[in-house]
Write a protein that binds this ligand. Structure first.
Ligand code: GUN
Length: 289
């Protein structure tokens, strides 16, 4: 049976480290790293995420600002708010919670964020920096996945990594990060021919497709490491809903040497990486080592 990669514990350790670092930064510079989260509208899932982000931000000793705007906020007003935050010296990280209402062009809003405060790493400048190997802000979910892979496997160099999914938020940046670690990287997706065979050739499988339990146990090579980014709510036998990943966990755990659970795997690492990115942004803005 596979080792379970404990995302909750890894995230707690990272938050602990950040708490110490934030205290040192405040003591030596008098400046507290600050994160602003902007939520437009009342999407219930987004409200939960934003609340959790604010809570974790305060827990590590950083400044947290929440800006909740009504669902009918115009694109122009949202862009003005982003501009204000770009110019606010107390704020080092800006996150506009997605999805935004349909009348707002999300790409335009994300690209209005100062790239040096773009703690989501979604700005086209940060995607470009990642692609060419320059320092920049890296999307939180793939960064969390990489941290878990490195803490499980150590050096990743030379390993075959298959990323299933090609989104801008997870799949593409994940592939770039693995390439930087000298993995041989394959990006698979819905049109990939013989996906099971592609996965079977992998030492590392990162599943980020958003399809419940799509990756089956016999797609996993003996001893491979599996990172499951999916969070899907499905109906169980008893009529109650439950959360499952993109990987059929029980089957896959019989083949893998290590695997992340859902929940308790990638999820907790994403918020911890957001805090990490805010500290990174603050240090870059104030030129601290
Ligand atoms: N909505 C769901 N996940 C995310 C995320 O990582 N960042 C932002 N901005 N919105 C999200």
């Amino acid at each position: 049976m596979a080792t379970i990669i404990d995302g909750k514990a890894t995230a707690a350790a990272l938050r602990e480290k950040l708490t110490v670092e934030v205290a040192q930064i405040v003591e030596s510079t008098g400046i507290r790293p600050g994160l602003a989260v902007v939520l437009v509208g009342e999407d219930p899932a987004s409200q939960v995420y934003v609340r959790n982000k604010a809570k974790s931000t305060k827990e590590v000793g950083m400044l947290s600002r929440e800006h909740r705007l009504p669902a009918d906020t115009s694109e122009e007003d949202l862009l003005k708010m982003v501009e204000q935050l770009n110019n606010d010296p107390d704020i080092h990280g800006i996150l506009v919670q997605l999805p935004v209402p349909a009348h707002i062009d999300a790409e335009k809003v994300l690209d209005a964020i100062d790239p040096d405060k773009d703690v989501d790493g979604f700005h086209v400048i940060n995607s470009g920096r990642l692609a060419v190997g320059q320092r920049g802000l890296v999307p939180c979910t793939p960064l969390g996945c990489l941290m878990m892979l490195k803490s499980t496997l150590g050096d990743l160099s030379g390993l075959n990594a298959v990323v299933v999914g090609r989104s801008n938020i997870v799949g593409k940046p994940m592939a770039q990060l693995l390439l930087q670690e000298s993995c041989t990287v394959t990006i698979a997706h819905s049109r990939t021919k013989d996906l099971p065979a592609v996965c079977r050739a992998a030492d590392i499988v990162v599943a980020a497709v958003g399809r419940p339990e799509m990756v089956k146990g016999d797609w996993i090579a003996p001893g491979a490491t599996v990172i499951d980014v999916g969070i899907n709510r499905i109906e169980g036998e008893n009529g109650k809903t439950r959360l499952v990943g993109d990987v059929a966990f029980d089957e896959a755990a019989e083949h893998a040497s290590a695997i992340t659970p859902v929940p308790g795997g990638v999820g907790p690492m994403t918020i911890a990486c957001l805090l990490h990115n805010t500290v990174t942004a603050m240090k870059a803005i104030h030129k601290i080592n």
